[in-house]
Design a protein around this ligand. Structure first.
Ligand SMILES: Nc1nc2c(ncn2[C@@H]2O[C@H](COP(=O)(O)OP(=O)(O)OP(=O)(O)O)[C@@H](O)[C@H]2O)c(=O)[nH]1
Ligand SMILES: [Mg+2]
Length: 235
């Protein structure tokens, strides 16, 4: 794997003396391997100084980033399973114990480096309550893939997963879908085997998460983005 130091001379041509501050602010060293995390830290630091677009352009130009892609994703599933909590943990790094039902739809953005590419992600957080069903179709439009969430401690929520798959398919056809079992920190209390269900319904993956602890939240996003990338790379 290449090292950060391999790219610093070129980067310095554009960033000048500021570069040393960027590195120290994030605790980055020349000897660091160029992992997604290192690239992401450098990008965020550069974005603070130059703005996100210029920072991305710069890292592309010097060959640290392979590509920049924008993706729109959605998360659906029954009311109260933890969709908003998933998004807030992912995009903002926070968790809230109280429940504020989503009215209609909300969205969360985050830039994430995956396999050397900067993904500018927007996740549309759909309200799960029945009464908002009429609003959701408009928001599936343009999504490259999505999460369908159920709670690992709510049996009804996993029973309703096929309905959510159908709703997504009716609105955007077949796109990569990842099944997300939420609230893993509370244990497992469901009568359906999620791995089997995911296979039967043609999901592209299944993952268990906790927005409370943060477990597997980034991994879930990485899983979905990789599936989308693999399917769209050659089309
Ligand atoms: N222990 C635990 N509680 C969670 C977790 N995720 C969400 N919750 C709680 O579950 C409740 C509902 O979470 P939300 O994220 O608002 O659920 P939602 O799916 O967005 O609900 P709607 O907007 O009505 O569709 C809140 O009280 C959260 O604090 C988790 O990982 N662990
Ligand atoms: Mg919500």
């Amino acid at each position: 794997m290449p090292k950060l130091g391999d790219f610093l001379p070129r980067l310095r041509k554009y960033a000048g003396k500021d570069l040393d501050n960027w590195l120290t602010n994030r605790g980055l060293k020349e000897s660091d391997e160029l992992t997604d995390k290192v690239i992401q830290d450098l990008y965020y630091e550069a974005a603070e100084k130059l703005g996100p677009d210029e920072a991305a352009d710069l890292l592309l130009k010097v060959g640290i980033l392979k590509d920049v892609r924008r993706l729109k994703l959605f998360i659906s599933g029954n009311g109260g399973v933890g969709k908003t909590s998933f998004c807030r943990r992912f995009a903002l790094g926070v968790f809230d114990k109280s429940y504020k039902m989503t009215i209609g739809v909300d969205f969360y953005s985050k830039d994430m480096v995956i396999d050397g590419t900067l993904f500018k992600l927007v996740i549309w957080d759909m309200a799960g309550q029945e009464r908002f069903g009429f609003m959701r179709p408009a928001f599936y439009k343009g999504c490259s893939g999505g999460f369908i969430a159920f709670s690992l401690v709510d049996d009804q929520s996993i029973k309703d997963v096929p309905g959510w798959v159908k709703e997504a398919e009716n609105n955007i056809g077949r796109v990569p879908l990842v099944l997300v079992g939420t609230k893993r920190d509370l244990g497992i209390r469901i009568g359906v085997d999620p791995t089997k269900l995911a296979e039967e319904l043609g999901f592209d993956g299944y993952i268990e998460t906790s927005a409370l602890s943060g477990e597997n939240i980034e991994e879930a996003v990485r899983l979905l983005v990789r599936k989308i990338n693999a399917k769209t790379q050659f089309s």
